[in-house]
Design a protein around this ligand. Structure first.
Ligand code: ASP
Length: 367
């Protein structure tokens, strides 16, 4: 086992009403100053010294700590698999899971996990901090304490309020696969431009019950443990050259491409560009179109500059975030699906990551 499990010494009674598992992966959140004044990861067993408020919950808390605590810029898909496996192994023993993670790639890990653990019946909440727990004005305590409260919240007396993967940050609960880190300095680091907040935290925690995924008790949980990383990204910019596009599409063994287009899914109409994309699709590379805008959606065919993309078989990523599109691609490509099934799943919501309005009444431009 790569991890050591530590029971945190809270003031919990012998059989506490709830048990939560914290998975500590690293990031700014868990740093304290060493004797030279440099920030270093702290021993999580001593968390009560830094966040005494944890004692007031009287719940059982256990921690799995990554042996090598990482800045989230070093997170790789195999870390997602490891987190998924820990939760799977511990699923029956805990009432909820909190993942402490660096903010830089939190939206990727949380999105990936949302596709790797479908039909959850318990909360899986990511959080972290912009300032380390060992710094006076740190947001770590507030974020962790709120993540715990959210994990303990119930819809009625028995059903957990949150039964999906979400990010709690700076008083907002955001669906994992709708979140995007948009701020590196202010405390409110994450936004959910295309989907309502799942909860807003003030003196009360106000859950937006209609926005939360309903619990699917009758569906078995789908655990995914293989991912395909042969995925590429092509972000458009004015002046993009044929050589550049060729180099990306020519990547050996490329299986999927996230095409980051302008506005509502628009791209240059140059013949060479469309032909290169068409060749790639004809060779079996799956291409999904998402917008560089953080709000709004791709509607292929709304403008002439996206009509050809649709014709050659580029899929519409609708209102998915870049983080959701890339991780969904990796998860689905890793499942060895038939091409038609893969294409269908990419454009269909698996766990609330997209809303596809193409061909719907919303796709209506007034005359
Ligand atoms: N570089 C850090 C990380 O993502 C930043 C943070 O934790 O907020 O791991």
């Amino acid at each position: 086992m790569l991890y050591t499990k530590v029971k945190v010494n809270t003031a919990a009674p012998k059989s506490p009403q709830a048990n939560l598992l914290i998975i500590y992966t690293g990031g700014t959140v868990g740093m304290v100053k060493d004797k030279h004044g440099s920030l270093v990861p702290f021993n999580f067993q001593n968390i009560i010294d830094h966040i005494p408020a944890l004692k007031s919950f009287q719940i059982g808390l256990a921690v799995y700590s990554f042996n090598d605590l990482i800045d989230s810029s070093n997170v790789k898909p195999n870390h997602w698999i490891e987190i998924c496996q820990i939760i799977r192994q511990a699923y029956d023993d805990f009432d909820g899971f909190i993942i402490l993670h660096g903010t830089d790639t939190m939206a990727f890990t949380a999105s990936a996990l949302s596709f790797m653990m479908q039909n959850l019946t318990k909360p899986v909440i990511f959080t972290g901090a912009q300032l380390p727990v060992g710094v006076a004005r740190s947001d770590a305590q507030e974020n962790l304490v709120t993540a715990i409260e959210i994990s303990l919240a119930k819809r009625n007396l028995t059903t957990p309020m949150v039964t999906e993967v979400a990010i709690l940050f700076s008083n907002r609960l955001i669906r994992a696969n709708r979140a995007k880190k948009t701020e590196s300095v202010q405390f409110d680091a994450f936004e959910s431009e295309n989907y309502p907040l799942l909860a807003e935290v003030g003196t009360y925690i106000h859950f937006n019950e209609g926005a939360l995924l309903p619990i699917k008790k009758k569906k078995r949980i789908i655990w995914v443990d293989s991912l395909c990383t042969q995925v590429g990204v092509l972000k458009l910019f004015p002046g993009i050259s044929q050589e550049y596009v060729k180099a990306i599409l020519g990547m050996k063994n490329l299986k999927g491409l996230v095409l980051e287009t302008y506005g509502a899914g628009n791209a240059p109409t140059d013949k060479w560009f469309i032909e290169l994309l068409k060749n790639a699709i004809d060779q079996g590379i799956v291409v999904i179109n998402i917008s560089q805008c953080i709000g709004g959606r791709v509607i292929q065919g709304q403008y002439a500059t996206s009509a050809e993309l649709k014709e050659i078989g580029v899929l519409s990523g609708a209102d998915m975030t870049f983080e959701a599109a890339t991780t969904k691609m990796m998860v689905l490509l890793g499942q060895g699906l038939r091409p038609s099934e893969l294409r269908k799943k990419l454009v269909t919501s698996i766990c609330g990551e997209l809303f596809n309005v193409e061909n719907s009444f919303l796709n209506f431009i007034p005359a």
